[in-house]
Design a binder for this molecule. Sequence first.
Ligand code: PAF
Length: 279
Amino acid sequence: MIRVESTIAGIRQALGPHRGRGAVGFVPTMGALHAGHARLVEVAREQSSVVVVSIFVNPLQFDDPQDYERYQRNLDADVALAGKHGADLVFAPSAREMYAEEAQTFVEVQGLSEHFCGAARPGHFRGVTTVVSKLFHIIQPDLALFGEKDGQQLAVIERMVMDLNFPVKIVPVATVREADGLAMSSRNARLNAEERVTAACLYQALLRARELVAAGQKDPRQIRAQAGALLEVPGVQVEYFELADPKTIQPVAVAIPPVRAMGAIRIGATRLIDNLICT
Ligand code: PAF
């Protein structure tokens, strides 16, 4: 039976008997769980003796207050999904529990947060790394799982763990996709039927970039122009479509594999991101 805790003291107490008896696996989420999260929980289950899922819509990582308000919240459905895929414990604190007083301490990874989502959403990664640090201190996991769909977030967190010596192993998990290639995301539910069909263009553009790199094209401008043409679709606004060094997440001047093709688009009010490694 899955157990839900909403306080820091409660989750610490619930984890007490598990400490030292095998790995604590941790899947941090903002809820609105889908098949991508289910896969994270399943991988955690395979590698841990106790699996904790956190469900917390973190106000600190939203640059747009309306986006924060609109974020889907459905704790019962999320707990059911987490339990079905192997979670033992859910930590679902309120914003007041996590930030009892307005935060004066932040964690920030500099270079890796500079471009792409970092440039498009000022303060976003600072919010992510601050809350993930807090969650790591609260849960004290042995391993923590993150999806590759949020490739920049994954790189930023790996760097934070290295720089701050967190005793936690970061386990990347491959992106789960819909049949047409659209990466699973909580935001997909906001797309209407027409937008949902259009949304597959992002994956198509990333695939095209990967083909071009595999065929020996090394000029990022050529790749951006040819693959990015697939995003020239009515209703789609391109936020960025770039090739980046997979480790430093800086734009590359020459596309020598491996590079990461990264894109963010807006369809109506919905922002979608995705990436593919090009080897
Ligand atoms: O990827 C997410 O859902 C969030 O950024 C995370 C890691 C749970 C931090 O709030």
